[in-house]
Design a protein around this ligand. Structure first.
Ligand code: COA
Length: 205
């Protein structure tokens, strides 16, 4: 049987339109999803009042409630960086330095400190506002790792993060070390593979 594979004008037009659409789609994906972002672009802030339902038996903010607030605001930062669906992969360095009393005004600030392949490290700083002077005091901190995932829940590439301020650069520098520690604790990396931690403890051998 003889089959004619040559394009007529209609097919050619459709083929060209499809090709143009594909190029446009790739350009869109590149400019939106893979565009490098400054750390400041990922800043997310939320302010809460500690209500009776948020407290423990001592009348202070319940730790689990604070973790939930931090998780949400960290996910907003991770999303602002990646523009993808993100999931919590780990929570590290949570420190409840000071109790937060009932009726306190609490502000949480989250910012991506470094982006790797599919994962992002996010710092969450928690401040309490003095009811009279309005002065803010830092009372808690946590470091979250979020992973950007596709529609099947599989990790997907995120863009590069650009640190600018001294604090952003300092946090960026330490992020690989913290990632390796987190992976070791999760049983996903052998200590012998943790190059940054080896450098920290053993120096440049
Ligand atoms: C997070 C998740 C997507 C990782 O998937 P995975 O198949 O283990 O994928 P990988 O091992 O390739 O890890 C993907 C990335 O996450 C990082 N990662 C995974 N576990 C980590 C951990 N404990 N600490 C730090 N980073 C971690 C990896 O280093 C990798 O980073 P990179 O791509 O930037 O190099 C998957 O484990 C998951 O869906 N977990 C459940 C998430 C969830 O439901 N969270 C809410 C909890 S209530």
């Amino acid at each position: 049987m003889n089959e004619d594979y040559s394009f007529d004008r209609g097919h050619l037009f459709l083929y060209r339109s499809y090709a143009n659409l594909t190029v446009k789609k790739c350009t869109f994906v590149k400019t939106v999803f893979m565009k490098s972002r400054r750390a400041s672009e990922t800043l997310s802030i939320t302010t809460k009042v500690v209500l009776p339902n948020d407290t423990n038996t001592l009348g202070n903010l319940f730790g689990g409630q604070l973790l939930a607030w931090m998780d949400v605001i960290a996910s907003v930062s991770a999303h602002r960086h990646s523009k993808r669906v993100v999931v919590t992969a780990s929570v590290n360095n949570v420190s409840f330095q000071k109790p937060i009393n009932h009726a306190s005004i609490v502000t949480l600030e989250a910012k991506v400190s470094r982006a790797f392949s599919s994962s992002m490290e996010i710092f969450v700083d928690v401040f309490v506002e003095d009811a009279i002077t309005g002065q803010r005091e830092k009372c808690n901190e946590a470091i979250y790792t979020f992973v950007a995932v596709d529609q099947y829940g599989a990790p997907i590439q995120v863009p590069e993060l650009i640190p600018e301020t001294d604090q952003e650069k300092e946090r960026f520098e330490g992020a690989l070390r913290r990632k390796q520690l987190s992976l070791i604790l999760a049983g996903k990396m052998k200590p012998s593979e943790a190059t940054e931690l080896k450098k920290l403890f053993l120096g440049d051998e």
